[in-house]
Design a protein around this ligand. Sequence first.
Ligand code: 5RP
Length: 226
Amino acid sequence: MLSQQELKQQAADAALEFVEQAAGPDVIIGVGTGSTADLFIDGLARFKGRIGGTVASSERSAARLAGHGLKVLDLNDVSSMPIYVDGADEIDANLHMIKGGGGALTREKIVASVAERFICIADESKLVQTLGKFPLPLEVIPMARESVARALVALGGQPKLRDGFVTDNGNIILDVSGLSISDAPAFEARVNNLPGVVTCGLFALAGADVALLATQSGIRRLDRRS
Ligand code: 5RP
């Protein structure tokens, strides 16, 4: 029986095969944040000198990449990336996700938006039928904490301030529990539209293109239906 850590490693290794296919001196790889992304970063170290560099979705991932001697570029200096590789807190069969357990959701969404393909790496426990059991993180401008919280209560959620946490962008996180999200793209658009919300942790308007889900019997690959 493989441990969760071993499953995460398996998913990270599977994503490295995509890097192998894309690698080249000018190729930039987008890199996510979290414990699964950390394993991907560690594996990416062997591509030093074979890729042009990386773009990180958090200060934490940037430091880990730099620690391996990998070049970390500013997104403003990059116009294209073949892939962005990141974990998820929940993913459904449509490859819609909840992300932001590590609080890096905004930068994750920005970096992913520049990449041609989002490769989600996770163990199979992250696959759900309906998104929302994992509390939905929202990055919020501090002065809008209470107004956004009230709006989320009106939408049926129970928002909770992530205590003592400040995002890389200097904002707060509200984690919203009690949601059962049946139409994820519509809910994402609605919440993103609330004044003071920088972004919500739903990745549904632009979800993953490929999910590499590690199971006890190997990698289960899901592709986005076009
Ligand atoms: C960070 C994220 C992560 O991808 C998500 O929380 C999954 O993390 P892990 O790989 O540690 O389970 O969105 O903001």
